[in-house]
Design a protein around this ligand. Structure first.
Ligand code: CA
Ligand code: CA
Length: 180
């Protein structure tokens, strides 16, 4: 059984992905997210980034759909979403390729300088564009980076796994997506 705490974290992500707030995740949500993520601070969509993000988001969607959408109606429900992350939490080494890609893509979105680690200014800027409060983002980064001033790819994978796995409300990984 999935705990209420983990369920809340999974649904937090689910609601973030459900861009049109229809209550299910569909391909068009991923298309919309790709566009949203390709926007710079001034609200303009960067075409090259948009194409790259869309390509990756659709790969993630295809993998997600083939794993979770058992009745093939083109929708992934909240229950299906919770069940697949619960399965992941029980055995993270069994992660599907799309889950690994989703993790890698999330890292790349934050490592805007593309040098293999996320610094505070990169993290805070991206979270601000996504609509989070700057001070919250700064606090989250301090906790996530454990005072080291940067988050490497190895650190990020640990935090990612922790987000889905941990029952400890004080674990740093909980802060990864702005969950409170
Ligand atoms: Ca939707
Ligand atoms: Ca970086």
């Amino acid at each position: 059984m999935v705990s209420e705490f983990r369920k809340k974290k999974y649904l937090y992500l689910f609601n973030g992905l459900d861009s049109d707030a229809s209550g299910t995740i569909e391909k068009k949500d991923f298309e919309k997210s790709a566009e949203m993520m390709a926007k710079s601070a001034d609200g303009k969509v960067n075409d090259a980034k948009h194409k790259e993000y869309l390509d990756t988001m659709l790969k993630i969607w295809d993998g997600l759909q083939s794993q979770a959408d058992s009745n093939k109606d083109g929708k992934v429900s909240a229950d299906e979403w919770v069940a697949l992350w619960d399965a992941y939490a029980k055995n993270p080494s069994s992660a599907h390729d799309w889950q690994k890609l989703y993790c890698k893509f999330s890292f790349q979105l934050l490592d805007t300088g593309n040098d293999g680690s996320i610094k505070s200014d990169e993290f805070v800027k991206v979270y601000e564009i996504w609509g989070f409060d700057k001070n919250d983002a700064v606090t989250s980064f301090e906790k996530l980076s454990k005072g080291k001033g940067s988050i490497s790819w190895a650190d990020f994978q640990e935090l990612w796994e922790e987000y889905f796995k941990t029952e400890d409300a004080n674990a740093p990984g909980n802060m990864l997506f702005g969950f409170k």
